[in-house]
Design a protein around this ligand. Structure first.
Ligand code: GSH
Length: 242
């Protein structure tokens, strides 16, 4: 029985990619809370694993050569887990390239644009005096997100999943697309194939289990709190550290 993998986690879209992957792949894992609203991401122990101060990250005690390995960046973690288990990450070169194209598309496009769209639309208005810059920022990222959602919708026409069979490429984009729909009702209007794909993946038992675990983690007394102003101060005033 392989030792469980430690998953440093908070139930955001990037965190959820990894719990979904572990559930889908049947990987045994421990959740370790990184409460980003109270600043756990800046603790020195976490920084040793994730030098970018961002979750998710994992530590696999049974890494290459049987020695522990830590991995940060959700795309790198998905690839690591896919290679380790041989699941949801094709081994033939053509299939693998297709999955990687859509995985990197999510990492460089869908996730960052959705994250910034939500930042400007939801949070920056409350923090900045210069509303004109906020309005332009929100417009820029929301329209770019919509362009990307259109690309995904087109890709999904006549396809059940993003790249061949269900894969880590679906696991990467799903939590972001679902989160955008929740925070911005109507944003996927007219994107019927995208909406059907979100619903299809949401029905998977492993995805439901991953969501349950995220909720349980947040609801435990030790992790409660840090909403509203406190979380905003932790998350949105960050500067370079020297
Ligand atoms: N490119 C990174 C992004 C990770 C990321 O931005 N994580 C956010 C939560 S979704 C975080 O840790 N935020 C803490 C903060 O902003 O201080 C990945 O995909 O792993």
């Amino acid at each position: 029985m392989p030792a469980p993998i430690d998953v440093y986690f908070w139930p955001t879209p990037n965190g959820t990619k990894i719990t979904v992957a572990c559930e889908e792949m049947g990987v045994d894992y421990n959740l370790i809370a990184v409460n980003i609203g109270t600043g756990d991401q800046f603790k020195p122990d976490f920084l040793a694993i994730s030098p970018n101060n961002r979750m998710p990250a994992i530590v696999d005690p049974d890494g290459p050569d049987g020695k522990p390995i830590s991995v940060f960046e959700s795309g790198a973690i998905l690839q690591y887990l896919g290679r380790k288990t041989g699941k949801f990450y094709p081994q033939d070169e053509r299939g693998r390239v297709e999955v990687e194209e859509w995985l990197y598309w999510q990492m460089a496009g869908l996730g960052p644009m959705a994250g910034q769209a939500n930042h400007f639309r939801t949070y920056a208005r409350q923090m900045l005096a210069d509303q004109r810059n906020v309005a332009y920022g929100a417009h820029r990222y929301v329209t770019e997100y919509q362009r990307l959602a259109g690309v995904l919708n087109k890709r999904l026409k006549g396809r059940e999943f993003v790249a061949g069979d269900y894969s880590i490429a679906d696991m990467a984009s799903y939590p972001w697309a679902r989160g955008m729909a929740m925070l911005n009702p109507g944003i996927h209007e007219g994107f019927d194939d995208l909406q059907a794909w979100i619903a299809r993946i949401g029905e998977r038992p492993a995805v439901k289990r991953a969501d349950e675990k995220g909720k349980e983690l947040v609801n435990t007394a030790a992790n409660a709190g840090a909403a509203g102003e406190q979380a905003r101060n932790v998350l949105f005033g960050q500067r370079a550290q020297r």
